[in-house]
Design a protein. Structure first.
Length: 316
């Protein structure tokens, strides 16, 4: 086994966030060394509690959880996503409380210290919520930010429109100013957007596999998904769930899983209908050092099988 990739997940759990974190913990290719929490699907206090409980569910309450931003950089969020993830963010399922407390350091400090302690270019940061924390890291600890090896972000949409508005994907929309700052920075960002997450649908047979073979973790993950299934049926008319965040973590765990093209991306930061839109220049492959690797190719069946098989491994 080659060296494990040091991994940080910046997350707003959130049902698909929970699956993504469980996937990372079941993947020997990566070493999840820090979880940072951010506002997003639900309020920060809840995303933080959920992160603690998901780690505890997997028997990994040793992984530090550092609390990040409670809201976007500039304009308040008009709404969150409790109607999709449940008021408490876990699909109405009460996970067992964790015995662990949060890390005493703010998220950006914990992340900066971790980055300064690793060789430059070795750490993968996987934001699977709004980019508020990463934008703050860029502003407060730029020298640490330059040491990031990869940013693998679930967010945005190059050519698939939006999910929270016709123009915007939720994570970009929840903090467009932060998304613009990160996506126009020299950080090596891979954008795993709706272009590849919407076609990647986890259907009920896959959920049944880890419900029955994944032990207590798999059964709990399946229970948490039930509300997400109902929301997907109501919103998209599909009998499955788009595992947005888990696909981003799959790319972080196995680099190159997704096809990507270097594109220039800017984010709509007006207060109008285009707020949060990730305006992606599809006219040309970008040579700019601020370009983003925009995910535009996916083997959805293989990605779903990867997720299901790893979640099943909790029952081994
Ligand atoms: O648009 C999907 C994203 O928004 C996912 O990260 C989901 O958890 C929500 O935060
Ligand atoms: Ca998320």
């Amino acid at each position: 086994m080659t060296d494990r990739i040091p991994l940080v997940s910046d997350t707003d759990p959130g049902i698909d966030d929970a699956l993504a974190v469980l996937l990372a913990l079941a993947s020997p290719e990566v070493d999840l060394q820090l979880v940072t929490t951010v506002h997003g699907n639900v309020e920060l206090a809840q995303t933080t509690e959920n992160a603690l409980r998901v780690l505890h569910l997997a028997g990994r309450s040793d992984v530090p959880v550092a609390v990040g931003a409670a809201g976007p950089l500039v304009h308040p969020l008009p709404e969150r996503a409790g109607h999709v993830h449940g008021a408490a963010g876990m699909g109405g399922v009460e996970l067992e409380p964790s015995p662990a407390a949060v890390d005493p350091r703010p998220a950006v400090v914990a992340l900066a210290e971790l980055l300064m302690a690793h060789e430059p270019g070795t750490v993968t940061v996987a934001p699977i919520g709004p980019l508020t924390n990463l934008a703050l890291l860029l502003a407060v600890f730029p020298e640490a930010a330059t040491r990031i090896g990869r940013v693998v972000w679930m967010g945005g949409s190059a050519a698939r429109g939006g999910n929270v508005t016709p123009a915007a994907e939720f994570n970009a929309w929840a903090d467009p100013e932060a998304a613009h700052a990160v996506l126009t920075s020299p950080l090596p960002v891979t954008m795993v957007g709706l272009d590849v997450t919407l076609p990647t649908v986890l259907t009920e047979p896959g959920i049944e596999r880890f419900r029955t073979h994944g032990g207590r973790v798999g059964a709990t993950a399946a229970a948490v998904l039930q509300q997400y299934l109902d929301a997907a049926r109501d919103s998209y008319g599909i009998s499955g769930v788009c595992v947005h965040d888990a696909l981003a973590l799959t790319e972080a765990i196995v680099p190159g899983t997704l096809g990507t093209t270097r594109r220039d991306v800017v984010v709509g930061t007006t207060l109008g209908a285009a707020r949060g839109q990730t305006l992606t220049d599809l006219r040309a492959v970008s040579t700019a050092d601020t370009a983003v690797e925009v995910a535009d190719g996916v083997d959805s069946d293989a990605a779903v099988e990867f997720l299901v098989s790893r979640l099943e491994s909790y029952g081994a």
